[in-house]
Write a protein that binds this ligand. Structure first.
Ligand SMILES: C[S@@+](CC[C@H](N)C(=O)[O-])C[C@H]1O[C@@H](n2cnc3c(N)ncnc32)[C@H](O)[C@@H]1O
Length: 222
C-alpha cells in the first residue's frame, strides 16, 4: 500500500481513540508541548492561522481561543469530523498537505504538529505551508535526543512501553510505525536544513523540548 493511503487509513481507523492514546502514551505531556507551541505562535502576533494535519484540532483550538482567525485541515475525513464536533465554531476541511487548496499568502502563520513525519514528501509539504503563509511556518515533531545515553534509554523504554499499549488497544502495527518513524526522522539541525531549502524563508530556529524528544521548528519570512 502506498505510504499516503496507509497513513490515511491508519488515522481514519484510530480517530476515535486518538486523544485517549495521546494522553496515555505521552502521560499527558503532549498538552504542555502544545501550549508551548501555541505561545510561540502567538508571540508572532498572527491575525490569521492555518493548522495543517490538525487531527482533532488541539492546536487550532488553542490559537482560535486567543481570538486569531483560524482554519484547520487534515486529509483524514474521520479526524475532520471529530475536530468539527469538538470545535464547532472553527472551520475545518479535508485537504492534503501535498497540495493545499488555499491561495498564496492566505494566512499569517501555519503549523503542523506531529504530522510532517507522516507525509509523502516533507519538502513539498513545507513549501506548500510557506506558499500559503505570509510570515511564519511552525512545525512540532518528534526528534532524537542528542545525549547518546539518554537517547538509548529513551528508545529502549519506548520500544517496550508503546507496543504494550498498542497491544491493549489492538493497534500494534500503528504504534510500531510511530516508534520506527520517530527514531529515524531528521531532527534538530538536519530538519532546519530541510526547512531552509523548502520554504525560502529568512530566519530559522529549532527548540528542543524534553532533551530533544520533541522539537519546535520555526521559519520566518524576515
Ligand atoms: C499524529 S496526528 C497529529 C494530529 C494533531 N496535529 C496533533 O498534534 O494532535 C497526524 C495527523 O496528520 C494527518 N496527515 C498525515 N498526512 C497528511 C497529509 N498529507 N495531509 C493532511 N493531513 C495529513 C493525519 O490524518 C493525522 O490526523
Amino acid at each position: 500500500m502506498p505510504k499516503a493511503a496507509f497513513i490515511k487509513t491508519m488515522f481514519d481507523d484510530i480517530s476515535d481513540k486518538y486523544d485517549l492514546l495521546n494522553d496515555i502514551l505521552s502521560l499527558g505531556i503532549h498538552r504542555l508541548w502544545k501550549k508551548k507551541l501555541a505561545n510561540k505562535i502567538m508571540a508572532t502576533n498572527p491575525q490569521s492561522f492555518l493548522d495543517c494535519a490538525t487531527g482533532t484540532g488541539d492546536i487550532a483550538n488553542l490559537i482560535d481561543s486567543k481570538g486569531v482567525k483560524t482554519q484547520g485541515i487534515d486529509f483524514s475525513p474521520n479526524m475532520i469530523e471529530l475536530a468539527k464536533k469538538r470545535n464547532s465554531h472553527i472551520p475545518f476541511q479535508v485537504d492534503d498537505l501535498m497540495g493545499l487548496s488555499f491561495e498564496d499568502k492566505s494566512f499569517d502563520a501555519s503549523n503542523v504538529s506531529f504530522g510532517i513525519r507522516n507525509v509523502e514528501e516533507v519538502s513539498v509539504a513545507l513549501s506548500e505551508m510557506a506558499r500559503v503563509s505570509k510570515q511564519s511556518v511552525f512545525v512540532m515533531e518528534f526528534g532524537q535526543p542528542e545525549n547518546k545515553i539518554f537517547k538509548s534509554i529513551y528508545f529502549m523504554i519506548m520500544r517496550g512501553f508503546i507496543p504494550a499499549i498498542g497491544k491493549i488497544f489492538n493497534r500494534e502495527r500503528e504504534y510500531e510505525y510511530l516508534i520506527e518513524s520517530s527514531s529515524t526522522f531528521p531532527s534538530g539541525a538536519k530538519f532546519i536544513e530541510i526547512m531552509k531549502s523548502s520554504t525560502g524563508f529568512k530566519t530559522f530556529k529549532a527548540t528542543p523540548l524534553f532533551g530533544g524528544v520533541v522539537y519546535i521548528y520555526e521559519a520566518h519570512n524576515k
